[in-house]
Design a protein around this ligand. Structure first.
Ligand code: FES
Length: 108
């Protein structure tokens, strides 16, 4: 099964199994990952699933849709590789993807 590596603000890394066709947010919620609240349940309207994708992986992702782009404009700690983890769907090509959970996510 593919996996994703989430780096927490304190530097800890957690490797989560992510079934194909699951969003990264779904796997994070299943495993109770701190900082991925996902208040809207994956509707791309809350921003509480924000992650910063490792630059080496960012270019492999499908581009964000308009709703995601708009929300990313206002999330705390936005960076050039920011994405909503509910909008990133696991595929075999993304096995091993690395992400960082912004510290602001722990305050939500
Ligand atoms: S879960 Fe709400 S934007 Fe991703």
């Amino acid at each position: 099964m593919p996996s994703a590596v989430f780096e927490l603000p304190d530097g800890a890394e957690l490797v989560l199994d992510v079934p194909d066709d699951w969003s990264l947010m779904e796997a994070a919620r299943r495993d109770g990952l701190e900082g991925i609240v996902a208040e809207c349940g994956g509707g791309a309207i809350c921003g509480t699933c924000h992650v910063q994708v490792d630059a080496a992986w960012f270019g492999r992702l499908d581009p964000p849709g308009m709703a995601e782009q708009a929300l990313l404009e206002v999330v705390p700690e936005r960076c050039p590789t920011s994405r909503l983890s509910c909008q990133v769907i696991m595929t075999p090509e993304l096995d091993g993807i690395r992400l960082r959970v912004p510290s602001a996510q722990l305050e939500m």
